[in-house]
Structures are given as C-alpha cells and as structure tokens.
Design a protein around this ligand. Structure first.
Ligand code: SF4
Ligand code: SF4
Length: 189
C-alpha cells in the first residue's frame, strides 16, 4: 500500500519568515527601545504591547503572538512604524499576524474579524461601505441585535446614514482590486 505523504507542519521559524515576508520587515532589527509602545494609542488595551509582540516573535513564541488580542485591537494608525528608529514596520506585522491567525483558525476576537469581513464584503458589493447594512449584518452575526440601535435613528434623521446602499459609478475597478487580492492568496472578504 502506498504511503500517504503529508507535508510537514510549518515550524515557528517558517511562520516568522512568512510574517516578515508579508510585512516586509525583520523582527531581529528591533532592539526593544519601546518607542512604538510609547506612541501607540491602543497599547493600554492590549495584552501584549507592540514592543512585547515583537519580542514574542524574536523568542519564536509564535503561538503566543497569534493568540494575543493585541493585533485585533491595533487600529493600524502606523504611529509605531513611524516612530521606530530601526525601521521595523510594526503596523504591517500586526496586520500579518491577523491574516496568519485567520489562516490558522485561531482568531481570539471574532467581533473584529467579523467586522472586517462584513466591511470588505460591502465595499466589494457597492464600491463603498453602507453603514446601516454594516451595522445590521454585524449585529446579526455577533448576536447582539439592538446594539447601537439608539444611535441609528438620530443619525438617520440628520441624514448621516441612508437606509439603502449607494453604489459608486465605476464598480469595475473595485471588483478588479478584490479579484487581484484573491489571486494573490489574500482574504478580501
Ligand atoms: S520602536 Fe522599533 S526598535 Fe523600538 S521597540 Fe518598537 S519595534 Fe523595537
Ligand atoms: S498601528 Fe497598531 S500597534 Fe502601531 S501604534 Fe497604531 S494601534 Fe498601536
């Protein structure tokens, strides 16, 4: 009987290399000065600060980094990347960690992942986001039907949100963009 050949699971080093390739940066460059954390507006809510996330990767503690809440709390403001004296692209690494966690099915904050996916789906469909649709779909998926409902009516009365989605004129470019992302193995929606 023929043996079944199974590709070996990626090692911690393989995953770190992939994260570095995707983010175009190297974790070994970091000398742990903490300037990224000092400027991060979301660090107070993170379980590991941006500096500590990089340290986890330097120590090859990849599982710990992938299970951390921090990448999902990161607002991608890029302050950390701008401040880093060693040119470490911390913001892109956070993004790469989110994608890797999605690929490996170890998402620790499903609400953020659900929000991202719903947002992208609407942009792909209409060329721009539809706030009411986003809120309704997100609330349905996260089983909190009336969350923020009290804010909707005043915003609707002031014309800030619209019940029906607006579709942009030339959707072709947006669709091409999404198709390209999917071709390159990305998760567009
Ligand atoms: S600012 Fe750069 S060098 Fe300093 S801790 Fe953050 S990533 Fe490392
Ligand atoms: S990109 Fe993320 S980690 Fe970096 S400063 Fe902004 S919120 Fe913090």
């Amino acid at each position: 009987m023929e043996k079944v050949l199974v590709a070996p699971a990626p090692t911690q080093k393989d995953i770190i290399r992939r994260l570095e390739q995707e983010s175009g940066t190297e974790v070994s460059l970091c000398y742990q000065c903490g300037k990224c954390t000092a400027g991060c507006p979301a660090a107070f809510a993170m379980d590991y600060t941006p500096r500590q996330v990089i340290r986890l990767l330097q120590l090859e503690m990849v599982d710990e980094a992938l299970k951390a809440q921090s990448p999902w709390i990161c607002a991608t403001c890029e302050t950390c990347t701008t401040r880093c004296p060693r040119g470490v692209d911390v913001a892109s690494l956070m993004d790469a960690l989110r994608r890797e966690a999605l690929r490996m099915g170890i998402v620790t904050d499903h609400r953020v992942a659900t929000f991202n996916q719903t947002f992208l789906k609407l942009v792909e469909r209409y060329g721009r986001v539809h706030e009411v649709g986003l809120l309704m779909e997100f609330n349905l998926k996260t089983r909190q039907l009336f969350k923020d409902a009290e804010l909707g009516l005043p915003m609707f009365k002031r014309g800030k949100v619209h019940l029906l989605p607006e579709v942009i004129k030339d959707q072709g470019h947006v669709k091409q963009m999404f198709a390209r992302v999917k071709q390159t193995g990305g998760e567009s929606s």
